[in-house]
Design a binder for this molecule. Sequence first.
Ligand code: PBG
Length: 311
Amino acid sequence: MGISLRKDNIICPYFVIGGVNRKEKIPSFPGQHRFSMDLLIKDIKELKALGINKILLFGVPDSKDRLGSHAYKNNNIVSLAVREIKKKFPHLIVFTDVCLCAYTSHGHCGIIKGQGSRVKGQEKFMDIKATLNALAKIALTYAEAGADCVAPSAMAKGEVAAIRKELDKNGYRKTKIMGYSAKFASNFYGPFRNAANSAPKFGNRQAYQLSYTDTESAIKKIENDINEGADIVMVKPALSYLDIIKEAKHRFRHPLAAYNVSGEYAFVKYGAKQGLWDEGEMIKEILTSIKRAGADHIITYHAKDIAGWLK
Ligand code: PBG
């Protein structure tokens, strides 16, 4: 018997912006848009009609500052969207990304100590305590809005535990956590950074994301997040990291997600445009390989493209 991908393996990412009646194309991210809430609801309706029932929300705010404060103020765009989505589609499973990179003026994923430092080792670069406080606050805001699962992606040490504690303290024991556990400093994030307008303004993310040369740190980080209480752990990106997915599944037997990221998606789209391959066949092969490696959940921008042929 072969591997068969199912609709309930798929999570569809979305970018939400403020205002009304806005649907913006994203440079270098073919087929993807930023939606204002009203048009987001319309698109989710189409997704639901195709039988996909899980989404992952990213907010793209109009204004940014050093501390990323839009992310944790009341009535931030993601919370507003979650409330509206849950009103319209109470059974839709809503994941929300919890990070600061789209909200900070410098584009880094946490609250940073000083400009210009490119040191290795995240304690020297990030103010971990302030970052964990901010992330916990963001997660709580999303839980209050009705998110089913919050997904910390800042790679700040202790983020899963800090969020679990904050949620439990406030009576959100049932809200789940998906850790972006093994998140690599990757070249594959280009189109996403255009979408979220979140490219770092100086330095890079190597102080806090993992090196692709290092399997052991990735496995340790996954184990750490499971111990901190992650309900789902993630490997990101997916395609160049199938070995990590497989290893994580075998070692831990824990619910596992893989993020088929923006650069992987763009390869397929640009190649198909050049007539290099059949787009649908290529997507099937790629997503099946990610499931075959051991992913239970696949986050992919191809969700609407491929729903038609899945059971
Ligand atoms: C960072 C974040 C990234 C992505 C989602 N959240 C990566 C980054 O900019 O370092 C990338 C997702 C994609 O490429 O599809 N919080």
